[in-house]
Design a protein around this ligand. Structure first.
Ligand code: ASP
Length: 437
């Protein structure tokens, strides 16, 4: 029997989960429904945890092995500069696009006036949030930055083991970069055992990724049944125009801006690239976590797009940590939307502050579900937008679908950098006959 392709398996799982969750809702609070949901939750958690389990060794081994293989410090410098330039360009265009769309569509206004109903929704939102969700949100807030300077502090964690244990990718990334660069400063013979070690560790992690992905449809099904079943709060309807604004902006970035950059800068056919990345895009969409998707992104970029291990190992872990186009764009729209509802005039200077804050905070946002909520709160407080706390609860309640979409955009942005840089390094792309997934 012909095997169903991985991306189809995931699409089927997504559709099935919507049907099952809708059916479950018909049965209300029946005891067995809770049991089914518990099992689904378990399946989803196991899948997410399995992906997260390999992130630390994968990131560390791929960056170190990749850097050690580069032609000394110069090779690193060249690739580093190109990568940073591309990431800055894509994030900046995402932020500007977000601002243009939110100023044009004005989702927080009705007939040019602040939407009073929405304001009420914001004020009541804290009652709509379950205690569990509130706790989840507060916990995230405590653990993460309260202001942008802490992004820089997190780059140099005082204890690298603790950073690993807490999944602080930014710190791990900087440490691995330093480690890899330091290795290039020694004669090759001396470093060969270390290089072999990290290379082998990386190979093993990739093998485990392939095993985990066999269970992707099951895990995604479980996760989505719970998500679809939980969501459905009335707030959804009220926030309709906001939803549409965010989805249009994310869609334009994903399907227009990034493909143009691929074509113009990389001379790459965007369709080839979408085809190569479909499993990673679907995984990002389902998990709403670019960190958890990283193992899959790496496999797709190498196995399907044909990017070398070295280029992928450098650009992708970096991208998953610091480059978040979808998140930066979302932050802008969210902050402007709340300002509109609250009747705050945002002049050019205020909007520039949002642009800079979104650029900076998107670097520090972790690649986990709803991570950008904290960044949005920071920006709103910096801009002095009243009622920020209530507004953030309302946004949090309806966040899942938007989070799923912006995470897919985040992951696609990283993958674009990988192929554009690979092309500029003279690598042959989209010629692999052995597909990753
Ligand atoms: N969920 C996003 C990611 O993992 C981060 C965010 O925007 O909340 O990429």
């Amino acid at each position: 029997m012909k095997k169903i392709a991985a991306h189809w398996q995931i699409i089927i799982a997504l559709l099935a989960s919507v049907i099952v969750a809708t059916l479950l809702k018909q049965f209300g609070d029946a005891g067995w429904v809770a049991t089914v949901l518990k099992i689904c939750d378990l399946l989803g958690d196991l899948f997410m945890q399995a992906l997260k389990m390999i992130i630390v060794p994968l990131v560390v081994s791929s960056i170190i092995a990749g850097l050690a293989g580069m032609a000394g410090f110069d090779g690193f410098k060249r690739m580093g500069l190109k990568t940073l330039a591309f990431y800055t360009l894509t994030t900046l265009s995402a932020v500007v696009l977000g601002l243009v769309i939110v100023n044009t569509m004005q989702p927080g206004l009705v007939d040019g006036q602040p939407n009073a109903e929405l304001r009420q929704v914001f004020d009541n939102s804290s009652d709509q949030l379950s205690e569990a969700d509130k706790a989840r949100f507060e916990e995230g807030q405590q653990e993460k930055a309260r202001d942008w300077t802490s992004i820089f502090k997190r780059m140099l964690p005082p204890n690298i083991i603790k950073a690993g244990a807490e999944g602080q990718l930014l710190g791990l990334l900087v440490f691995s970069l330093l480690f890899g660069i330091a290795m290039t400063q020694f004669p090759l013979e001396q470093m060969q055992p270390l290089k072999n070690f990290f290379q082998s560790l990386n190979d093993v992690m990739i093998k485990i990724t392939q095993w985990i992905m066999v269970f992707a449809p099951l895990g995604i099904f479980g996760m989505m049944v719970v998500t679809v079943h939980q969501n459905g709060a009335a707030v959804f309807q009220e926030l309709g125009p906001y939803f549409v604004t965010v989805l249009i902006a994310l869609g334009l970035h994903l399907f227009v801006i990034l493909p143009i950059l691929l074509k113009v800068i990389g001379k790459i056919n965007p369709l080839d690239h979408f085809r190569a990345m479909k499993t990673a895009l679907l995984t990002a969409f389902s998990t709403a976590s670019s960190s958890a998707t990283l193992p899959v992104t790496m496999r797709c970029v190498q196995g399907n797009a044909g990017v070398s291990k070295q280029t992928a190992s450098f650009t992708l872990p970096l991208g998953a940590t610091v480059n978040m186009d979808g998140t930066a764009l979302y932050e802008c729209i969210a902050v402007m939307f709340v300002a509109q509802v609250m009747g705050m005039q945002m002049d050019f200077a205020a909007q520039m502050l949002i642009v800079i804050s979104a650029l900076l905070t998107s670097i520090g946002v972790a690649g986990v579900p709803s991570a950008s909520m904290v960044a949005i709160l920071i920006i709103m407080n910096n801009c002095g937008i009243p009622g920020a706390n209530n507004a953030i609860y309302a946004l949090f309640i309806v966040d899942r679908l938007l989070d799923m979409t912006r995470t897919a955009v985040n992951v696609f942005g990283d993958s674009c950098a990988a192929v554009v840089i690979a092309k500029s390094e003279g690598e042959l792309l989209y010629q692999t006959d052995k597909k990753a997934f």
